[in-house]
Structures are given as structure tokens and as C-alpha cells.
Ligand binder design. Structure first.
Ligand code: AMP
Ligand code: MG
Length: 482
């Protein structure tokens, strides 16, 4: 089987990464293979699903075209600088060109230790692998920028965590694995050559328009700001909480990356946190916009040596980009929420209409997904999501007269049902699917993949999947799963 890998990252200066070979596993088998993505990457999907493909994605065979490596990066984790991180449990095999001509990194996550593993084992288990596969593919289906999943492989081996768990490897596909933390790695070492090589690489491959700017690194910062703003707006529009927005988990291409303790809200609470390690709510739902700006300021600081004649001039140029970020994000957010409410034209009070609904939902802890999906049928369907519906009723009167100005009832319904999903990867379904898979039952996994493949089509046989959790099913905390 052919893997026509290129080696764009491997062609960068050698101190930007370390060579790292996957460690073979004893008895690999597929949990999931993504045929559609395999075809998009120009692979023979049937061969990939067979023994030859499995051996590669299990790390047992290295294609001759691969240049396996782990990338160096640093990070701010929960606000604190960590100068040396890097791919401790991820190995990049190379890049494949997709059908649009874009190079996509192909990375094995959980294929054994690398020079950056420190005390970790470089391994992964069913839980994080299946979570990431299912959630990242749903995000892709929804049009939210994200890394993707080509396969989930069971290693046939067990690993030690709080308990002994079955090992697994995720094949992650992304247009880039370069993070804000990658820039920090070089700038904190005052390695201007490394920083320049990284910036040139990112501009050449991802932001070619920036090359012609007076200060390309400034244009890069602007472009990343735009991508990050759109990304976080998308997250907010689907009730997504990333959970660990450290700068090593902040992709420079603006894709959702590192599905650790992430979760979707059932009941809407602005300050919701799920991650068991986020004690102060730094990465709460409503903090994601300010944190994205904070991360952008870290990127700006890292790029300063390449912006302006000196640091002072650089700050004068970069600061306005960081300062403009909240407005860019807010208008991206409002555009998405306007669509969710079926609004086409712009009226002065639209922002208030959006925000007032969220306030009413927050006060009542109404189910986020069901409220918007309900509204896309009618106000009276959404009303059922409210325990005390008076405030919602008052809001719904305003909304009903407002949407009537823009389009007829049928068009509005069709438009809203195309953006407000009936099915999301609800936490309790994810947890139940993982528990079953660990016990050897993959039926819930396959059902969930099928349900989530068409988030906007209500299927009677899957009506239960559109419901929130029963009281005994509610997931209160999520874990990194490292
Ligand atoms: P994460 O929380 O997944 O973003 O990971 C933070 C850092 O810890 C990264 O440098 C990872 O590569 C590393 N890491 C996480 N899990 C493991 C593991 N099982 N073995 C080695 N390194 C790991
Ligand atoms: Mg990470």
C-alpha cells in the first residue's frame, strides 16, 4: 500500500523536532476507520482498512516515505510558562495531499514514548481516543474548524492509569499541528533563527498572503486572530467547552485541537466548567473568548522580535491587533447566533434579542441544543425546555414578530434546522460508549457514529439521542485522560 508522504516539517531546522519511532504493539485491531477521509487523502481506503494499513496506523510498520518525528513546543499552562513540552505521545509520520491540494499532517497519537515524553508512557487508551474520534468528526460535520480522525486502533495491550485500561492509538489528521506554544518555544530561547524559520514555514504553507506585507509576522498575527475569533465563535454557538485552552492546545491555523476534557453543555450555564483540573474556571464556557485573546497576546509577544524596527515599535504595531480581537470575535459570534435564530437582515435590536435569549436560558438552565432545535420548529416547542417559561414567553413574542420581517415560516424553519443540530455528542452518551467499548462492546460506538453523522436529520429510531441525560446519567466532570 502506498503512503505518498511529504516531509515538510522534517525539512525544517533539526532542532525544531526530534526523530521518534513508534513502538510496535502486540495485537492491533481497528476500532474505527474513516473511509471518507482516507479517500480524501488519496489513500486506498480498502487497503487502509486491511492488514497493511492497520500495521502502519498501529505503528508496527513504517512506510519508507515516512519521516517520523515529534515536534518541540513550550506553553503557558493555566497561565504559567512551561519552557519545554513537545509531542510526548504523538508522532508525525509525514503529510498527505488532500483532494483540494492541501497538505495534511498524519500523526499517530499514543504510539509510544518520544524524546519529549518525560515520565509519560506515550500511550493512550480507548477513552480519549474514542472521544476525540467521535467529537472531532462531529465538529467537522458541523463545519467547525478541527483536526480530524483517520482511525482508532486498539493495540491489544493494556496500560496503567487509575486502573488498567485497554490501549489505543488515534491517527490524527490536521492541516497543521503548530501551536502558539511552538512560537513560544523559540522566542523564549531567544532563538531568532528558529522563530524566523517557523514563521516563514507557517506563512508559506498556511497564510501566503502575509508574505507580501511590510511586516509578515504582523500580518500573520492578524490572520491568526481572525481564525481564532471565528473558531471560538463556533464553539460558543454549539455549546462547546474546550476545557484546557493552554497555549499548547491553541492551533495557529485556528482548528480545534486536543480533545482532552472537552464537553458540550446540556443545560446552559454561562460559567459551566467540566474539566476536573480547572478548579478556578479559567476555561469556563464564557471565559473562552477572553482566554483566546490572552493566548493571542502570548503569540504577539513571541512574534515581537520579527515585528517593527525595535521592541517598542513592535508593540505599537501588535497591540492594536490584540486589542481588536474582542470585537472581531463578538461580531463572528453574533453572526452565528443570528443564523441560529433565523434572522437574515440586520436590525438594531438583534444583538439584544440574541443575548436576552441566552440570559433567559441561563436563568432557567434550559438545554442549549434542545432550545435552539426547538425554536427551529416553533416557539412553543422550545417553551417545553423551560421550567418557568414566563421570561421565555416574553422573549418569544419579540422573536416571533422579528423573524416574520425576514422570511416566511417554512423558509425560516428550513434555515434554522440546517444550523441547529438535533444531535450533539452528549457527555453521557460519550461516557456510556467508552464504558461499553472498554468491556468489549462496540455497538454503542457504532450507533453513536451513525447518529452523529447527520446532526440535522431527526430520525425517529434515534429520538432518545436528542434528549439530555436522565438525572443519574449526568456527567459532572471530565478528565484529560493522559
Ligand atoms: P495535553 O494535556 O494532552 O495537551 O498534554 C500536555 C503535555 O503532556 C504534552 O506535551 C503531551 O505530549 C504530554 N503528554 C500527555 N500525555 C502523555 C503520555 N501519556 N505520555 C507522554 N507524554 C504525555
Ligand atoms: Mg496538548
Amino acid at each position: 500500500m502506498q503512503f505518498p508522504f511529504t516531509a515538510r516539517y522534517a525539512s525544517l531546522p533539526s532542532h525544531m523536532y526530534e526523530g521518534a519511532l513508534p513502538t510496535p504493539v502486540s495485537d492491533p485491531s481497528y476500532l474505527l476507520v474513516n473511509h471518507e477521509l482516507a479517500l480524501d487523502l488519496g489513500l486506498d481506503a480498502d487497503a487502509l482498512a486491511g492488514a497493511e494499513g492497520l500495521a502502519v496506523l498501529a505503528g508496527n510498520t513504517i512506510p519508507v516515505t515516512a519521516t517520523p518525528l515529534s515536534m518541540a513546543y513550550a506553553a503557558h499552562q493555566f497561565g504559567h510558562f512551561v519552557p519545554q513540552l513537545g509531542d510526548g505521545r504523538a508522532i508525525l509520520l509525514g503529510e498527505l495531499r488532500d483532494q483540494r491540494g492541501v497538505l495534511q499532517d498524519v500523526q499517530l497519537k499514543g504510539a509510544g514514548p518520544t524524546p519529549y515524553s518525560r515520565r509519560g508512557d506515550g500511550r493512550n487508551w480507548f477513552g480519549p481516543v474514542l472521544r476525540e474520534y467521535v467529537i472531532s468528526e462531529w465538529m467537522h460535520t458541523m463545519g467547525v474548524p478541527t483536526t480530524r480522525a483517520l482511525a482508532a486502533v486498539a493495540t491489544g495491550e493494556h496500560i496503567q492509569r487509575q486502573r488498567v485500561l485497554p490501549g489505543a492509538i488515534l491517527t490524527r489528521v490536521a492541516r497543521s499541528h503548530i501551536r502558539v506554544g511552538t512560537f513560544e518555544y523559540f522566542s523564549s530561547r531567544q532563538d531568532t533563527d528558529g522563530l524566523t524559520a517557523l514563521v516563514d514555514h507557517v506563512i508559506a504553507h498556511h497564510f501566503p498572503d502575509a508574505a507580501a506585507a511590510e511586516w509578515p509576522a504582523l500580518a500573520l498575527l492578524q490572520a491568526v486572530a481572525q481564525r481564532q475569533a471565528e473558531l471560538v465563535a463556533h464553539w460558543l454557538s454549539v455549546g462547546f467547552i474546550h476545557g484546557v485552552m493552554n497555549t499548547d492546545n491553541c492551533s495557529v491555523t485556528g482548528d480545534t485541537i486536543d480533545y482532552g476534557p472537552c464537553a458540550f453543555m446540556d443545560d446552559f450555564r454561562e460559567h459551566q466548567v467540566f474539566s476536573s483540573i480547572d478548579h478556578r474556571g479559567r476555561y469556563a464556557y464564557s471565559n473562552q473568548a477572553p482566554v483566546a485573546q490572552w493566548n493571542l497576546s502570548i503569540l504577539a509577544r513571541s512574534l515581537l522580535p520579527l515585528i517593527g524596527a525595535d521592541i517598542k515599535a513592535g508593540v505599537a504595531l501588535a497591540q492594536p491587533v490584540v486589542d481588536a480581537f474582542p470585537d472581531i470575535l463578538e461580531s463572528a459570534r453574533l453572526a452565528l447566533f443570528r443564523r441560529k435564530l433565523g434572522l437574515v437582515t440586520h436590525k438594531e435590536d438583534d444583538d439584544a434579542l440574541v443575548n436576552d435569549l441566552l440570559t433567559v436560558m441561563n436563568d432557567d438552565e434550559a438545554d442549549f441544543t434542545r432550545t435552539f432545535r426547538g425554536l427551529s420548529h416553533s416557539a412553543s416547542v422550545a417553551r417545553a425546555e423551560f421550567a418557568v417559561p414566563q421570561a421565555f414567553d416574553a422573549w418569544a413574542e419579540r422573536w416571533t414578530s422579528r423573524v416574520a420581517l425576514d422570511q416566511d415560516e417554512d423558509s425560516r424553519r428550513a434555515a434554522m434546522q440546517a444550523v441547529n443540530p438535533a444531535y450533539i455528542p452528549r457527555n453521557h452518551r460519550i461516557e456510556q460508549m467508552i464504558e461499553a467499548a472498554v468491556l468489549g462492546n462496540l455497538t454503542p460506538l457504532h450507533t453513536l457514529v451513525d447518529v452523529l453523522s447527520e446532526p440535522f436529520v431527526e430520525r425517529t429510531e434515534y429520538a432518545d439521542y436528542a434528549l439530555g441525560p436522565a438525572p443519574n446519567e449526568v456527567v459532572h466532570a471530565t478528565f484529560c485522560g493522559t
